[in-house]
Design a protein around this ligand. Structure first.
Ligand code: 16G
Length: 167
């Protein structure tokens, strides 16, 4: 990320969120009541997750480690308005290195244009770098390629085709 202008010449960044009505922080159990799952449903199907299921998954993620679910809360309404997850994989390659994956990035529709997507992606990307990941990867829709490129992500032609097997 060292050449990313978004990180080193920001108007808005992890250290300068630019507004006192919001906070960037790790997911908390109480976020079940702050619309976290409703926000995720703007990204894809969540199913109908009960409080118990949410709590158990939260606990499992804590125990297994490597899951950094990060959110932005609007403190005025106590609602989660953006989220992104860093998942860290342990590797043998690259001298027993770590690989980061950027997952489940979503910003509430009604908060468009406030650069919250940039804020949360830059925050989570810096976290990956701080944790010692040798790279950070993501899958995204075609229309989001420009957005991620503006934050320092690059397509690697011939080397990074996303393929899925859906079950
Ligand atoms: C996007 C997300 C991915 C998410 C998937 C859900 C980013 C950068 N990518 O690819 O993390 O899990 O959508 O879509 O946020 P699906 O329900 O079709 O798997």
């Amino acid at each position: 990320f060292s050449k990313s202008p978004a990180v080193f010449n920001p108007k808005i960044s992890a250290v300068n969120p630019g507004a006192d009505w919001m906070v960037v922080r790790p997911l908390q159990r109480g976020d079940f009541d702050k619309g976290f799952l409703q926000l995720l449903s703007q990204l894809t199907s969540t199913g109908s997750i009960t409080r118990k299921q949410f709590d158990e998954r939260f606990t499992q993620m804590k125990i297994s480690g490597g899951h950094y679910v990060t959110v932005i809360e609007d403190k005025r309404s106590s609602k989660i308005i953006a989220a992104a997850t860093l998942t860290v994989e342990q590797k043998f390659i690259h001298n027993c290195s770590l690989r980061g994956r950027l997952e489940d990035v979503v910003v509430n529709d009604t908060y468009r244009g406030k650069q919250l997507g940039k804020l949360i992606v830059v925050t989570v990307s810096l976290l990956a770098q701080e944790l010692g990941c040798y790279k950070m990867s993501l899958d995204c829709k075609d229309k989001l390629i420009k957005f991620y490129e503006s934050l320092g992500y690059k397509l690697e032609p011939g080397n990074s085709n996303a393929m899925n097997m859906r079950f």
